[in-house]
Design a protein around this ligand. Structure first.
Ligand code: PLP
Length: 356
């Protein structure tokens, strides 16, 4: 039975990507070896990481002066690494607190310098995105989480700040066009929209580096990672290859513009059903609704197990909401086909018929 994978992360990969990855796991391009058993300095892998870097630049229209890195440690290490590289202990950075991941970024940044939380939606369990955010002039940068995976909110447009932005785009990278020139650093764990867990995409402005006075550990120094082409140590060879396959797939699907159109169609169809169906209610403020993680509740929570059972019977997996929101979360990342969303909508409609 076909499974409809709504997991929040690690998450769905395109079918073609999995097929190619499976082949490379056994033997990579006729070399008689698995991709998992060759050197990260081999010509085969050099070609892979070079193409992946170039495709990120092409798809996101990364301007001159930026470097693309594939690192390890996930977005969670970037919470610390961004601040370590950009924020001197006597300086201040502005952080927007839009959920659990933002809060974790704030906690790590505080180890490096002064953190001013300039806006927060914690008062309403993070169900909206703060507006009219004022940033003090002395802030070195403004940190935002563009899409809040757990709470299902997303910056619909990125505010214009006077300061450069540092952004966690773990759950919406490649889902819509972005203006990279607004950012000092963009980072994203691969496992939502790009590949398997184990690799982290970082786009960093070279001009933003080299300004802090502290001595940086080599592994956590963007300049060293840039000099070594992301391979200061052994890189995650196989995950980077799967990222490359996804990047090729994205390009083939009409690039970011095409992906955005498909994401809008999926999200709008599901939100329409949530708003129409009298049994369900969305949790996020309408104007801030995420196109990637769609959170909703049953008005009568005692029906939850019955609904989850119907979902399971239709092959729907990963729909249970995060414990801090409850209810349900449908993650409709780039690789998800609209037909899977349609199956979920059908289950919701059948559930209504059974229960009204
Ligand atoms: C999943 C997620 C993270 C954590 O990513 P790791 O790679 O597990 O560290 C951070 N930020 C956001 C927005 C996420 O969705």
């Amino acid at each position: 039975m076909k499974k409809h994978n709504f997991f929040a992360g690690p998450a769905i990969l395109a079918e073609e990507v999995k097929q190619e990855a499976a082949k490379a796991a056994l033997e990579y391009q006729g070399i008689g070896l698995s991709l998992m058993e060759i050197s990260h300095r081999s010509p085969e892998f050099t070609a892979i990481i070079d193409e992946a870097r170039d495709l990120v630049k092409e798809l996101l229209e990364v301007p001159e002066g930026y470097q693309v890195l594939f690192l390890q440690g996930g977005a969670s290490l970037q919470f610390y690494m961004t601040a370590l590289n950009l924020l001197d202990s006597s300086k201040t950075a502005a952080y927007v607190d839009t959920g659990s991941w933002s809060s974790k970024a704030i906690k790590e940044a505080k180890r490096c310098g002064n953190v001013e939380v300039v806006a927060s939606s914690k008062d309403k369990n993070y169900n909206y995105i703060p507006k009219d955010i004022a940033v003090p002039a002395n802030a070195q940068y403004v940190h935002i989480t563009t899409n809040n995976t757990i709470f299902g909110t997303q910056f619909q447009s990125i505010p214009d700040f006077d300061q450069p932005i540092v952004a966690d785009m773990s759950s919406d990278i490649f889902s819509r066009p972005i203006d990279v020139s607004k950012y000092d650093i963009i980072y994203a764990g691969a496992q939502k929209n790009l590949g398997p867990a184990g690799c982290t995409l970082v786009i960093v402005k070279e001009g933003a580096l080299g300004k802090v006075s502290r001595e940086l550990p080599s592994m956590l120094d963007y300049s060293i990672q840039i000099k070594s082409g992301s391979l200061f140590n052994t890189g995650p060879v196989f995950p980077i290859y799967v990222c490359l396959l996804t990047l090729r797939w994205l390009k083939q699907q009409g690039g970011i513009a095409g992906t955005q159109v498909r994401n809008e169609l999926k999200a709008m169809a599901l939100y329409e059903e949530i708003d129409r169906n009298p049994l369900f209610v969305g949790t996020a403020a309408k104007e801030d609704r995420s196109r990637m993680n769609i959170c909703f509740l049953l008005n009568d929570p005692s029906m939850s197990d019955a609904f989850l059972a119907d979902c399971a019977a239709a092959g729907i997996v990963g729909i249970k909401g995060h414990r801090s929101v409850g209810g349900f979360r449908a993650s409709t990342y780039n690789a998800m086909d609209k037909s899977s969303v349609d199956v979920l909508i059908q289950v919701m409609q059948d559930f209504e018929k059974k229960n009204m």
